[in-house]
Design a protein around this ligand. Sequence first.
Ligand code: UDP
Ligand code: MG
Length: 328
Amino acid sequence: MRPAPTIAIVIPCYNEEAVLPKTLPLFLGKLEELARNEQISSDSYLMLVDDGSRDATWNIVSTLARHDARVRGICQSRNRGHQNAVLAGLMEVRNRCDASISIDCDGQDDINAMDRMVARYREGFDVVYGVRSNRDTDSAFKRSTAQLFYKLLAWLGADVVYNHADYRLLSAQVMQELANFREVNIYLRGMVPLVGFKSCEVSYERARRIAGSSHYPLAKMLGLALDGVTSLSIKPIRLIIALGALISFFSFIGVIWAVVNVLAGWSVSGWASIISVICLLGGVQLICLGVIGEYVGKTYLEAKARPRYIISERTQHMEDESHLEELQ
Ligand code: UDP
Ligand code: MG
């Protein structure tokens, strides 16, 4: 069995001033409990990633960090989205812990599942996925759209873990390998399975947000879904080829039918049918162009290879450690 690891709990926060005062004591309590039971080492800590919040989030983080060495934080220069924030946190801690656990800061994910995650890690697993056992607390709409999203992803050839959000344990080795994935369009749920290593799941019940409101309205969720599909699989392009072949086949039959009509001297009826076919094909072509365009756009962004996150500030502890690393 592996020895009790140093754990870094990576927590993305965006405009969470209402939530942090309630959930931070819970996270710290969990660290204390696990250390007391000798499940984790006592130098485990929280890594809070402020994703360019416009409220007092960074103030809360930096103030707490001054008083408690187990609280560390980095601040992003602007809002870059949940995925980039989690990645920034993981990259920051990868040389400073044995394993990380990423979790949302809003108290929706059950922190008690961490006990089982750590136990699994100590048994030898490098990736432990937190999987929701139910979605009763989400609205019926969010539940059904999320379900649809997973089904769609699976059908489109993207390998994702069913009902797994971004609550997971990663060993330091997995994080090192993840650092070699240089893509700019980040979708961690799809990338982690690609890294491989021994993985398992622990299930937990998802609760309601403790305070504040979700940052994922329908439009953002659709964006994430589209991003997820196009960054994990090229099956949509293959589907276009299949669709094109199907339409060409029917058009070919149509042409033969038209020729037979002319030769037989039957009148070819009205323009309505012609117009509707033209409209249909116009629509289909635009959709296909859109799908291809999505990939071209992604390639453009990848080619520019801009930084995936920019850290503008660190709490004192992290600064000290970076200096040490530079000296070594
Ligand atoms: N979050 C972030 N950047 C963003 C949006 C959200 O870091 O641009 C964080 C947020 O603070 C929370 C987590 O990502 O810790 C999940 O967000 P949220 O709870 O709003 O999403 P939901 O749980 O409704 O899917
Ligand atoms: Mg949430």
